[in-house]
Design a protein around this ligand. Structure first.
Ligand code: CP
Length: 320
């Protein structure tokens, strides 16, 4: 694997290998001394053209726990605000000796361009591009699901995940549908028709606009997990339809809906959450919620991704 740009590029074997490596990394994170020497002497640049809390901090923690040097670049306060192009920014990174670039960008396809335009020759990791892909989010979601539903091993064959909300603007939904299907899970997308993308019928999932039917298993059988998506008001150019009140009533996960889930079913959200809109405080903070665990798992998954791209072999690294 040279880059990680999209979960659609991962075979089942690639995905399981990354999840297995993340599991090994997670074991090291319970030690007193968490740091591994694997990437000592390498420099990883976090190139963020869009806001982030979890992803940026998580990549920084992952790189540092592998002993890499980290340079954090935020478009705010940089020469991007003076009109500098992605190409010139990339060439600046090459000049300072970056060994890998982690990029978040509002334009779908920007990480692909960075990886393949010939401006730099380092691995590129997509940390979220526009409405397209967020592969490490999907990997950490699959890692969380696998730990709870498959004993932390193998794939998610036969499991059923319901993904709910603003699918239209969601790179998390696209990445998850691709990865979960590759791992053998059934996926049901639930959204108002106005928040579904054109062409969703060709995705590897079922689509419904009836949340209550999906949650009780009427669409594809018993539910193992429900993944709520953030309503992305910042990407809505023509207002938010339906109204927020109507949205919360029809598509929000509240305590009553959580109570109707099978006893083992999990509640996921990638964060940041709009509490009271797509998820109530009771649902977000319920014992079934894995929201905080997902953030912790993100560090192990991103360690696995950086390790796989830059070192590739666990032998001799002190990984359990
Ligand atoms: N889930 C996620 O990508 O969160 P951030 O935008 O805070 O990185």
């Amino acid at each position: 694997m040279r880059h990680l740009l999209s979960t659609a590029d991962l075979s089942r074997a690639d995905a399981v290998a990354l999840l297995d490596t993340a599991e090994a990394m997670a074991q090291t994170q319970s030690r007193t001394i968490k740091k591994l020497p694997a990437l000592r002497g390498l420099t990883i640049v976090n190139l963020f053209f869009e806001d982030s809390t979890r992803t940026r901090i998580s990549f920084e923690a992952a790189a540092k726990r592998l002993s890499a040097d980290v340079i954090n670049f935020s478009a705010k306060g940089s020469s991007v605000s003076k009109g500098e192009s992605l190409k010139d920014t990339a060439q600046t990174l090459r000049a300072i000796g970056a060994d890998a670039v982690v990029v978040r960008h509002p334009a779908s396809g920007a990480p692909h361009r960075l990886a393949h335009a010939g401006w730099i020759d380092t691995p590129v990791v997509n940390a979220g591009d526009g409405m397209h892909q967020h592969p490490t989010q999907a990997l950490l979601d699959a890692f969380t699901l696998r730990r709870h539903l498959s004993g932390g091993e193998g794939d998610l064959a036969g499991r059923h995940v319901v993904v709910v909300g603003d699918v239209l603007h969601s790179r998390v939904a696209r990445s998850n549908v691709d990865l979960l299907a590759t791992l053998g899970a059934r996926v049901t997308l639930v959204a108002p028709p106005t928040l579904l993308p054109i062409g969703v019928g060709a995705w590897r999932c079922e689509v419904s606009s009836d949340l209550d039917a999906a949650l009780v298993g009427d669409v594809q059988g018993e539910v193992d997990a429900v993944m709520m998506l953030r309503v992305q008001r910042e990407r809505m150019t023509s207002g938010f339809f339906p109204s927020e009140r109507e949205y919360a009533r029809r598509y929000g996960l509240d305590a009553a809906r959580v109570d109707r889930l099978p006893p083992h079913a999990l509640v996921l959200h990638p964060g940041p959450m709009n509490r009271g809109l797509e998820i109530s405080a009771e649902a977000a903070d319920s014992p079934r919620s894995t929201v905080v665990e997902q953030v912790a798992n993100g560090v192990s998954v991103r360690m696995a991704v950086l390790y796989t791209l830059l070192a590739g072999d666990l032998a001799g690294e002190g990984v359990a």
